[in-house]
Design a binder for this molecule. Sequence first.
Ligand code: NAP
Length: 250
Amino acid sequence: MPPGPYRWFVVAELVLAAVTFVALLFVVAPYGGRHGRPGWGPTVPARVGWVVMEAPASLAFLGFYLLGAHRADLVPLLFLLLGQAHYVQRAFVYPLLMRSGSRMPVLVMLLAILFNLLNAWVNARWISEYGDYPVSWLADPRFWIGVVVFAAGYALNIGSDRILRRLRRTGGGYRIPHGGGFRFVSSPNYLGEIVEWTGWAIATWSLAGLAFALYTVANLAPRAMANHRWYRETFPDYPASRRALLPFVL
Ligand SMILES: NC(=O)c1ccc[n+]([C@@H]2O[C@H](COP(=O)([O-])OP(=O)(O)OC[C@H]3O[C@@H](n4cnc5c(N)ncnc54)[C@H](OP(=O)(O)O)[C@@H]3O)[C@@H](O)[C@H]2O)c1
């Protein structure tokens, strides 16, 4: 852990993960159509909200990364590539592909921007400035295990979002998704996201990466439970063996 103010940003992200987890056990974040409801102030089209709130996760991450002394080193550049593979897709491709006409509260968008800035600072500064990743890190099993876990989560996340999009191909409302990770859980897209950032934490072997993975669990696990409840209440024929987030377990 480096000295100075940087460490307090990491601590802040860990504290935020704990606060978020407890808060979301009581309040379902109203950012999607299913869980959207009045009383959260002005809203914007969800498509616009996703671009505005996720763009800093890509662009600010890149900007903070470029401040680092190790910005031209091979391993930090590979980490940058992983992060951008996720966030360029999430900020600039996913919103264009969305088939939802739902709206998002401006408040949720602003909170997400704040988190994305904090997380970009914590992780980008770690990989390009404070962390120590010589080329020999490529021979460390933690790097490759982490990259493989990240790639598996990425594929699950994107594949699951694609299945959800196809449900809307013929128009209409919500349906029961089938196939892929949906054979096992109600929110395989969230599971994929959690697996991705767990892979990132392993590959970077850092407190910064761990804070990101924990925050992702804190944010998405309660939401996966809410989605699961919603499916069961909405569809009487919902597959009984399907779990919320962890196959066969939860
Ligand atoms: N890293 C993080 O902390 C974080 C936080 C939030 C989200 N994410 C990621 O962002 C992506 C989207 O998140 P989300 O919470 O919006 O996911 P979601 O609730 O699963 O919804 C994704 C999209 O699919 C539609 N949809 C969902 N279930 C459907 C069904 N049964 N039938 C028809 N359409 C359905 C939704 O439409 P409606 O909008 O109309 O409901 C929305 O457009 C996911 O990949 C997630 O992992 C990451």
